[in-house]
Write a protein that binds this ligand. Sequence first.
Ligand code: GDP
Ligand code: GDP
Length: 454
Amino acid sequence: ESEFLRLDAAAEEAAVEQSEAPQPVVAVVGRPNVGKSTLVNRILGRREAVVQDTPGVTRDRISYDATWRGRRFTLVDTGGWEPGASGLQASITAQAERAMSEADVVLLVVDAVVGPTATDEAVAKVLRRSKRPVLLVANKVDSESLLPEVASLWSLGLGEPYAVSALHGRSSGDLLDAVVDALPEAPRETGLVEAGPRRVALVGKPNVGKSSLLNKLTGEQRAVVDSVAGTTVDPVDSLVELDGQLWRFIDTAGLRKRVQTASGTEYYASLRTKNAIDAAEVVIVLLDASEPLSEQDLRIVTSVADAGRALVLAFNKWDLVDEERRHQLDREIDRGLVRVPWAERVNVSALTGRAVHKLAPALRTALTSWDQRVPTGQLNSWLSDLIAATPPPVRGGKQPKVLFATQAGVRPPTLVLFTTGFLEAGYRRFLERKFREQFGFTGTPIRINVRVRE
Ligand code: GDP
Ligand code: GDP
């Protein structure tokens, strides 16, 4: 018998799936000292910690798991700011912008005793644009006598204020009911699984040939549709048919626009790249095979893996590559692309059309891997054999045991290992390599989470 212990697989898997499932996010924003962290503690049912009596004390952004009426959500205390830095109002407005983009529900907390301030009004103005529900929380309503002050908060234009006393718990149950009612039915993440053409981003540093390749891919087809993201004036994505399948290429408007040499262009280009990667399911990183791989190339590749997106590496300008350059490139790849040995490489020329037809199959392979799930039974029987043959290295005189593993998620594939001790990075990489040898997963990053049980 191996060291490997079998737990109640079904129950364990269910628990992990629940804990790994993306949860809706509720963000708490507002001026310093209005009682945000007191409210967060109240919601979490803990009185201790976090609250600081010094006004404007910088705190890190912290997320907590919360539950109300059986609904789980992640509560984000947007806490931290630098008092006096670039202006309180600006920093809180930025905080609100970020909360709006990341959260499913936003709570704006104001101090009912003080009434609406100019900063509250500025933040409310930002939040009124939000597509997500915003709840206005009138805090520090420790007694009925403050209710007239609460009424004055209607002026913020965010609907009815929820009068609470975070400190004493007054009416916080009503507020939580409203929060839970405002949560989306399914977490936002599942929006990614929507049907329709799969989303591809084509990225790469300037001049690698992105627009040339896009033109090549779309050029021959009559039925290229510049699709619409909101208006007919500003088409953003393109629907492109490749290999009998329709694909949505993200932000092709940005690719076609000639780059201006204004200052800040590079910043916007990298922001665009980041947004396109985030919006995509699979990313083609285009590299210029005729030139040495650069830091910028590697940064882009790394950001795709870090974002958990499927990846295809396309080496363009292959028409310019001779024997000698080819050998150089092999060495550059060995040295530079160590993070992504699993990515398929396609050598293309946007100029001549060489091997461009190989992109669609590579995209399909990467997406299949991205979506792939290994059943728990299969995963554990493979893992127990592997670990019996090559156990984790001893640390501090103890041998960590891997008790159980499950693939808790896809897009990207995410493994959770339950262990009795820390697994070194080297051993985790070993497991990943063996896992790929056994199950494939070409073209997708894999995440491995280790849960240590004491
Ligand atoms: P934050 O900076 O917005 O996170 O505010 P804190 O949660 O740190 O609270 C600032 C101060 O307001 C602390 O002294 C809290 O005790 C106080 N406070 C918070 N909520 C209430 C409340 O409902 N009533 C009263 N009277 N004081 C409160
Ligand atoms: P982008 O900035 O990434 O969109 O790059 P462009 O598509 O504008 O291409 C930059 C330059 O590289 C242009 O002069 C293209 O003609 C040239 N180019 C693009 N693809 C190829 C290729 O496969 N071979 C060669 N020789 N030149 C290419």
